[in-house]
Design a protein around this ligand. Structure first.
Ligand code: AMP
Ligand code: MG
Length: 338
């Protein structure tokens, strides 16, 4: 008998447990499952009532669309239509992997999955249990991150339990997510491909395959409206106030020390997220290491009752662009020095 807390089952990754999870999906339930990026909160993508439950369980704004997860490229045609060759080129290079492609939605997929948009985001996760769950469910799985809306995304099953115990039918217990930040969302429905959200696959990698320049939506707004609905929310945020220090590298170091001393004197508890200061856990960490520990660090600092988190800009190359995007979204203040 699997362990259960307040009606939420904690399932293992063996075949029998994944069959149980698939049964839950087939009968309209919600299952949180591991992927290589972050944990997803899944429901059958063709079941509008089940998809509606995702929004309710997360407290997700109704205008923020979900991503449809596949276990097989053949499922793509049941989710999207008028699929350009570029999508197949990218899928064959990066799937399974952290790339979500925005295409024209097939009417078989309820509009609610895409928050009413005519498009749909699709990806194939690079995680054995996720692929098996989708396969056993016999249907693509719609899944946003398995956190309460606005909280840092979950990168291990404990994060999911913190946020969603009693709100969903099951969680699959796995090892922590490898990448640690969400997938890259690339929109192929426009004249020129646009990255709506930087993530596990970099702009440089995508441009190499497509052989053309790709825009970044942070910089591209249409009439002041963001191109991706998710972009307008303050996301990925810890409860603590996060101050991001950007600008001249040699000055950032000094400013962080001054700010820390100032807030400590006022009686606040101060935490460092990714600074090069002595005593930091992540001194000289690579963007990959920072990405995989980012959300867990935010959640731990909240648990320790930290009031102010000081974080430092990192280079936006490769996965650094995704880390910087999440830090900017989480920040209550961005302090530019130099
Ligand atoms: P989450 O998996 O919780 O990070 O949420 C999915 C993200 O993908 C959100 O930021 C959405 O804005 C984005 N997204 C999903 N579908 C679409 C779409 N059809 N068009 C634009 N952005 C999308
Ligand atoms: Mg999310």
């Amino acid at each position: 008998m699997p362990f259960s807390v307040k009606g939420t089952l904690l399932l293992k990754e063996d075949h029998r447990s994944l069959e149980k999870a698939a049964q839950i999906i087939k009968s309209g339930g919600l299952v949180a499952f591991p992927t290589e990026t972050v944990y997803g909160l899944g429901a059958a993508a063709n079941n509008a009532a089940a998809v509606a439950r995702i929004y309710r369980a997360k407290g997700r704004p109704p205008d923020n669309p979900l991503i449809v997860h596949l276990s097989d490229c053949d499922q793509l045609k049941s989710v999207a239509r008028n699929i350009p060759d570029k999508a197949f080129d990218l899928a064959s290079c990066f799937w399974p992997g952290p790339l979500s492609i925005v295409l024209t939605r097939n009417e078989k997929i309820p509009a609610l999955v895409s928050a009413g948009l005519p498009s749909v985001a699709v990806r194939m996760p690079d995680h054995q249990s996720a692929l098996e769950l989708i396969h056993l469910s016999g249907v693509p799985i719609a899944a946003p991150s398995a956190n309460l809306s606005g909280r840092p995304s979950p990168t291990n099953y404990r994060h999911v339990l913190e946020d969603l115990t009693g709100r969903i039918e099951a969680v699959i217990k796995s090892t922590p997510c490898k990448v640690g930040v969400e997938s890259t969302v690339l929109d192929l429905t426009r004249e020129q491909p646009v990255i709506l959200r930087p993530g596990g696959v970099s702009k440089e990698q995508l441009e190499k395959i497509l052989g053309e320049n790709i825009l970044i939506a942070e910089l591209e707004k249409q009439n002041g409206t963001p191109l991706s609905p998710g972009m307008k929310y303050r996301h990925y945020s810890p409860e603590a106030r996060l101050i991001l220090i950007t600008g001249l590298a040699s000055m950032r170091f000094t400013v962080i020390k001054i700010l820390a001393a100032y807030y400590l004197k006022l009686g606040f508890k101060v935490g460092y997220l990714n600074t090069s200061l002595q005593g930091s856990l992540k001194c000289n960490a690579s963007p990959e290491q920072l990405a995989s520990t980012l959300y867990d660090s935010m959640r731990r600092m909240d648990q320790q009752g930290i009031d102010i988190i000081l974080a430092e800009e990192i280079s936006p190359a490769g996965l650094g662009l995704a880390v910087m995007n999440r830090l900017k979204k989480a920040a209550t203040r961005i302090l530019h020095v130099g």
